[in-house]
Design a protein around this ligand. Structure first.
Ligand code: AMP
Ligand code: GLY
Length: 449
């Protein structure tokens, strides 16, 4: 397992419950992962180093968590050495790494998404803003190229961001605003076919009520009781399979996890973004509900034939993941503070703690990143799952830390109220002038080595 965040801790936990997984190691990991499996240091930006580790370990399967190593070509390097890897090639990972590439693929495959214009100078950008009107959506084309996505009603702010993106990377993507609740759907692909996981919803803003700056994700829940019953099959048919087919036709099959970030607009489901890896923190809420042996499923995908793996079976009930953020996050977080209370939280029934930015200093567990950990609550329904998650996170002590108190609240209330028939829209309404892309930390790397 490659990576160091809460997502990777959730993957490690799920893999360890697969009887076919006889040995597991993680690089670089975090304090929670290190308590479960051996961990090794590795430079994630160096594909040869990642592949060397897979060789040294004699790995039958390497699973790559974050997008950085994928875009850098780690999966290609491991594959070229004859080893199985779950994670797309650098070329296929451009689906996440380049917004204009993703748009071109969706165009060619007839996938519903917002209209977009790639502009290479400010005059073009201004014309595109006027064509779409407010709220304006302005996206940096590249991955961690820096300034990310701005959604704003202020044309001057939109234009300034476009100008900055063009200055830094020669182009900018201006997009139509997509209105409606957001859904994260993960699909496992063997390069030809896809198997969907249960959908989840992510809470991107730092503060309750979707206020404050954007983050890597402050919490998530699954399943979505309010989502249309045919949502997943519709997305497979209209989004995922066409994209997988298009990449296969181009000779660059996508083997790995296709993350479809969707908006349920009044005109139907539309793609906001693709990622080429599991989402964080959605993975922490989705995987605890999976009954099937994950290692065998991912190995079948990596081997090019999902039909040879087990079918996906889900347990009934719900999961809610609440992220504990360090002081300062999503700006520069305070690190190296002592964390207490985890044993008490983990002793509660149906409560699991998944580490992200944690490290051991001496004998002490300390914070080592912006998103420190997530507490996952399980239950018969969302109400019970969130009660458990919050009972757990209340026991965790970290000076200056915070968490949102409204993760899955609207969905739980709507679910338990008989007359409710309206989907909650926790992430739907942007506030003016807010930088909504995640800072580089968002891909859940621990920050202290
Ligand atoms: P992205 O990096 O593309 O995922 O964008 C980050 C966040 O910005 C998304 O999760 C949405 O909340 C918001 N966003 C991005 N594109 C759009 C759009 N076209 N319409 C509305 N919101 C958007
Ligand atoms: N939770 C959003 C992401 O993983 O990109």
């Amino acid at each position: 397992m490659i990576g160091s965040g809460g997502r990777e801790h959730a993957l490690v936990s799920a893999l360890l419950s697969d009887p076919a997984v006889t040995e597991l190691a993680c690089a670089p990991g975090n304090a929670g992962i290190a308590a479960a499996v051996p961990t090794y240091g590795v430079d994630l930006a160096d594909p040869s180093a990642v592949a060397d580790l897979a060789d040294e370990f004699g790995a039958d399967l390497t699973i790559i968590g974050p997008e950085g190593p994928l875009v850098a070509g780690a999966a290609d390097e491991i594959r070229s050495r004859g080893r199985a890897v779950f994670g797309p090639s650098a070329e296929a990972a451009r689906l996440e790494g380049s917004k204009s590439f993703a748009k071109a693929i969706m165009d060619a495959a007839g996938v519903p998404t917002g209209q977009a214009v790639t502009a290479t100078d400010v005059a073009q950008a201004g014309a595109a803003l006027d064509r779409f009107g407010p709220p304006y959506v302005v996206k940096d084309d590249g991955l961690a190229a820096g300034k990310g996505v701005v959604v704003t009603d202020n044309r001057l702010v939109a234009l300034a961001h476009a100008d900055a993106c063009i200055t830094a990377g020669d182009r900018v993507v201006i997009e139509e605003f997509l209105d409606g609740p957001e859904v994260s759907l993960f699909l496992i692909s063997d390069g030809r076919t896809v198997v969907p996981l249960q959908p989840a919803q992510d809470f991107k803003r730092a503060l309750d009520g979707d206020a404050g700056p954007n983050t890597g994700g402050m919490g998530a829940y699954s399943p979505l009781p309010w989502a249309p019953a045919d949502l997943v099959s519709e997305v497979v048919e209209t989004v995922a399979q066409p994209v997988i087919d298009e990449l296969a036709d181009r000779g660059t099959p996508f083997v790995g996890l296709l993350y479809a970030g969707l908006a349920l607009t009044p005109d139907g489901v539309k793609v906001i973004e693709f990622n080429a890896r599991f989402g964080d923190p959605e993975t922490q809420a989705v995987l605890p509900l999976l009954e099937s042996p994950l290692g065998q499923v991912l190995a079948a995908a990596a081997g090019g034939d999902l039909s040879r793996g087990p079918r996906l079976v889900w347990r009934s009930g719900a999961a809610v993941a609440v992220v504990l953020a360090a002081e300062g996050y999503p700006g520069t977080p305070t690190v190296r503070d002592r964390i207490d209370g985890l044993a008490a939280a983990e002793a509660l029934p149906d409560v699991h703690v998944l580490h992200a930015g944690t490290a051991i200093e001496g004998d002490t567990l300390v914070s080592a990143g912006g998103r420190v950990l997530s507490v996952v609550g399980l239950g018969e329904d969302l109400t019970e799952a969130r009660t458990n998650a919050y009972a757990g996170i209340e026991l965790v002590e970290l000076r200056g830390s915070s968490y949102r108190t409204d993760i899955a609240r609207d969905a739980a209330e709507a679910d338990s109220s008989a007359e409710a028939d309206v989907a909650p829209e926790p992430d739907a309404a942007p506030e003016p002038d807010v930088q909504v892309d995640a800072p580089p930390e968002s891909t859940s790397e621990a920050e202290l080595s």
